[in-house]
Design a protein around this ligand. Sequence first.
Ligand SMILES: [Mg+2]
Length: 314
Amino acid sequence: MKQDTIDRFKGCLYGQAIGDALGLGTEGMTDEDMAWKYPNGIRHYSQIFQDRHRKRWEIGDWTDDTDMMLCIANAVIEDKGVDFYNIARHFKEWANGEPMGIGENTYKVLMMGDYVERPFEVSHKVWKMSRYQSAANGGLMRTSVVGLFPKEVKTCAENICRLTHYDPRCVGSCVIVSELIHALVYGLEPPTMSMMLNMAQSYDAEICNYIERSWSEQNVLNLMDDDHMGYTLVTLSVTLWAYWHANSFEEGLLAVVNAGGDADTNAAVACAVLGAKFGCQSIPQEYIEGLVYRDQLETTVQKLSEVCIGHNHD
Ligand SMILES: [Mg+2]
């Protein structure tokens, strides 16, 4: 049982990084782009088409999604617990460096002068400035790690999301994904569809439509819709679709990545869940070995698992 928990714990974080790194290959592409650049689809990092957007990253590097997930992980490792203000400091430090791929809403929030002192107020202010419309997937893209915390998953997922994304649609999607990952990793009964719908209700009823959509086999991966690109509920829907329908880690990874749209984020979140469901052992080695910063990820996985489940690796 414990060995199993460790494997799923690792699978979640590796899954996130792999989905993000391969998803970069199709991020923002239309079906026409994809047919031209990947006539037989994309399977490996080495195939990533090096256009102006993509060549800023090394092949096998991940993007902002996993960078920010690691900000959360590293703050928790430092504190041996959860201090939301220290997580905010890590976000800010990352944004002050070279935050490649940073989302528009996240950028606005992190660049406000007093963010570090008053992150929740600043985040709320930016949401208000959007007339309460902005509901991007920037909170959801990094929430997988919160599901690995041993306790207080709901409160932590809510607050860590609100550090940059205040909208209840964002907060609700983070809670649903983090709770799902937590149950999968710690061997608890995973939330059913109706339990998810109940959770969703308490944040925003609109979330329910997207959960229901994820149940049907078709259409959900038809993602290249400009109006909805980067919408938190689209990413939630794709993630749950992969959770219900993919028969293996690789099958889900390739289906989501080859659908284009906001592929790095969609695949980061979906593959974190698939890694938690099927375990790290189920992930083909080449995806793990191809990660440029694999050693850095492995160090974080080990330290975080010591903090969360008291496991000492050999
Ligand atoms: Mg990204």
